[in-house]
Design a protein around this ligand. Structure first.
Ligand code: FES
Ligand code: ZN
Ligand code: ZN
Length: 306
């Protein structure tokens, strides 16, 4: 990927060749290109409007750190406001590390933020979930979606920005296609519109490759968490992600055409209003059934009774 040749724009030493864009760029031009690509994604899908307040969820990983950095640059130009949110999941040997990194990034970028403790707010940790459940990551995903949405709703945010990158989204899409899981496929899009107490969710990195994110983090010397989550072992979607990358080696623009077609189709296909939303009878948040998954989990942990 790295090359000694010259930047196509200014003739300085190139740090990267981007076969999909048929170009080579120096440090400065790569950083500009990276930011512009995200700006175009935000504009193309009308993710934010001037004056909106965006809650950016930061886990301390490379995707969310790069997202926060770029949104802090674009917020002025596009006229929106950002606020960071980091959820302390209570995972021993991991959570304290990413919370520390997130605080360092917020401080460096001068972004206002909140650190929310799952234990203090809802009375349990993901380590406790691991004591009663096997698919910890799936339950952790449910917990994060619920907590982020509830925080955004209760604090009047217009959108929640997450760091899903193009490789993640396409890997998940391929996995969903292979399982024939149309509902999961429908959710793979850059914007999930809000309705009632469900806050709009946006994915500004939907056209950004993982490799480019790594290079951006490295060039900007941004801190990221180095330890990995102890529960993140052998996620099947990772296999599909690497298959797509193998294809990209042979056909450089294949990921972009797949992403564009998929997102555009999914964006218009199923508006979330296709299913009936009720209110969870315990917490009052939106739910597809009488009691939401989050409250059911808390009940199984013995934190509330149904
Ligand atoms: Fe949620 Fe690893 S971060 S299970
Ligand atoms: Zn240059
Ligand atoms: Zn509930």
């Amino acid at each position: 990927m790295r090359t000694r040749t010259r930047c196509k724009l200014c003739g300085k030493k190139a740090v990267v060749t981007l076969p999909y864009a048929n170009t080579r760029l120096c440090k400065e031009h790569f950083k500009e290109y990276f930011t512009r690509r995200i700006e175009r994604t935000i504009r193309r899908y009308r993710m934010v409007s001037p004056g909106e307040r965006i809650l950016v969820t930061v886990s301390g990983g490379k995707d969310s750190v790069a997202l926060l950095d770029v949104l802090s640059i674009l917020s002025e130009k596009l006229g929106f406001k950002i606020h960071g949110l980091t959820l302390d999941l209570g995972i021993k040997g991991y959570s304290s590390e990413y919370v520390r990194v997130a605080e360092e990034v917020y401080g460096r970028l001068g972004v206002e933020y909140t650190i929310l403790s799952l234990k203090e707010t809802y009375g349990f940790t993901i380590d406790e979930v691991a004591g009663i459940k096997r698919r910890v990551c799936a339950y952790c995903g449910l917990v994060k979606r619920y907590v982020f949405n509830r925080y955004a709703w209760e604090n009047g945010f217009d959108a929640i920005a997450t760091g899903h990158n193009m490789d993640d989204l396409l890997g998940n899409a391929l996995f969903a296609i292979m399982r024939g899981d149309l509902e999961a496929l429908m959710k793979i899009k850059p914007v999930i519109p809000g309705r009632e107490a469900l806050v709009k969710r946006i994915r500004p990195l939907a056209f950004t490759r993982e490799k480019d994110i790594k290079l951006y983090i490295c060039l900007k010397k941004l801190p990221v968490v180095r330890t990995t989550c102890p529960y993140a072992v052998g996620a099947t979607s990772g296999v599909f992600k690497s298959k797509i990358n193998e294809l990209e080696d042979r056909f450089p623009s294949i990921k972009y055409s797949f992403a564009r077609t998929l997102y555009d189709k999914m964006q218009i296909q199923m508006e979330e209003s296709d299913y009936q939303l009720r209110k969870c009878k315990i917490c009052g948040m939106p739910s597809k059934s009488q009691i939401c998954g989050f409250c059911r989990l808390r009940a199984e942990l013995g934190k509330i009774s149904l």
